[in-house]
Design a protein around this ligand. Structure first.
Ligand code: IPM
Ligand code: MG
Length: 367
């Protein structure tokens, strides 16, 4: 059997720095666990625009379709703010999601014990929090037609369209039910069926799919009430399934509850390929943080945990994913903190590469 293949797209801002730490982890698995990967690297986002005048070259897109998993750092930065919408760095990421048909975006919001004080919420509200948001990622208002800015009378009108087919709702609902079944057995679906027809259909289809999962307790919430409940008592949730735009907002809110935006990974999964593995792209939830790029201040943990998700969801290496997540918990328990994890009075932060090295040490200690 050939080694599984990984395409690494570090992207912009802190992307390359955090990805360099992931490379250390990947190398460790090859050297110490007999789990070698064929790794190739390419450009995405602003970096691709600088080199090719497009945020994602067709060759890179084709390569992404062939590999077993894509790991992405981050895209975007102020340097590209003035670019035409069609070539902005974000378009590269959106193209990957759309053409790979990565419809199920898994965004865990987990509160690490060592960081519970870091949340803006009271410790008992967040300590032990472990929820999973499943965001639909390839449809809805992000991609619906018609869209654009048109002239109407003597003014311009901005148009976007929320659109969901039954099959799009069905497949993401199934992904969420499957996860809920393996976790706490609860699924909450969020839409705005009180205002939007797409929300009415969403609720109907999710309810219908739920009949195939009698072991999962299904509930429904309007997305605004869901946002409120996430802040009030987030531990009531296990898995949340929602559309593309609500999922974008709710997952940022949920991430911040944990006090550790720099810590949260994500997986974007599509249909199974011929080898049985799902089409997959893994990326940290945080952005490119251009203000601290190139200074060794970035926290590589979200990107490293994204690789842990790859081990679990693409390569069926759940025990190795547990090992890597355990190594992260170990270094946090030892008190290691990158700058983003220090309070006002903060002690000396460790650098991006010191954090990566410490996680490798913890992996060695786990053997
Ligand atoms: C995210 C980001 C993206 C999105 C941007 C960068 C296009 O906010 O992954 O949540 O809106 O989906
Ligand atoms: Mg977002």
């Amino acid at each position: 059997m050939p080694n599984p293949s990984l395409l690494i797209l570090p992207g912009d801002g802190i992307g390359p720095e955090v990805m360099a730490e992931v490379r250390k982890i990947i190398d460790w698995y090859g050297a110490k666990r007999d789990l070698a990967f064929d790794v190739s690297e390419d450009l995405v986002g602003g970096a691709a625009y600088d080199a090719h005048g497009t945020p994602l070259h067709d060759d890179t897109m084709a390569r992404a379709q062939e590999v077993d998993a894509v790991l992405l750092g981050a895209v975007g930065g102020p340097k590209y703010d003035a670019l035409d919408f069609s070539v902005k760095p974000e378009r590269g990421l959106l193209r990957l999601r759309k053409e790979m048909d990565l419809f199920a975006n898994l965004r865990p919001a987990q509160c690490f014990d060592a960081l519970a004080d870091f949340s803006s919420l009271k410790k008992d509200v967040v300590a032990g929090l472990d929820i999973m948001i499943v965001r639909e990622l390839t449809s809805g208002i992000y991609f619906g037609e018609p869209r654009g800015i048109i002239e109407e009378g003597n003014e311009r009108v901005g148009i976007n369209t929320q659109r969901y087919t039954e099959s799009e709702i069905d497949r993401v609902a199934r992904a969420a039910f499957e996860l809920a079944r393996k976790r706490g057995g609860k699924l909450c679906s969020m839409e705005k069926a009180n205002v939007m027809e797409s929300g009415i259909l969403w609720r109907e289809v999710v309810t219908e799919v739920g009949k195939d999962y009698p072991d999962v307790a299904l509930s429904h919430m309007y997305a605004d009430a869901g946002a409120m409940q996430l802040c009030r008592w987030p531990k009531q949730f296990d898995v949340i399934v929602t559309d593309n735009l609500f999922g974008d907002l709710l997952s940022d809110a949920a991430a911040m509850l944990t006090g550790s935006l720099g810590m949260l990974p994500s997986a974007s999964l599509g249909a199974p390929m011929e080898n049985g593995r799902p089409k997959a792209l893994y990326e940290p939830v945080h952005g490119s943080a251009p203000d601290i790029a190139g200074q060794g201040k970035a926290n590589p943990i979200a990107c490293i945990l994204s690789f842990a998700m790859a081990l679990r969801y693409s390569f069926d290496e759940g025990a190795e994913a547990d090992r890597l997540e355990g190594a992260v918990e170990t270094v946090l328990a030892q008190g290691l903190r990158t700058a983003d994890l220090l309070g006002e009075e903060g002690a000396e932060p460790v650098s991006t590469s010191q954090m990566g090295d410490a996680i490798v040490d913890a992996l060695n200690a786990s053997l």
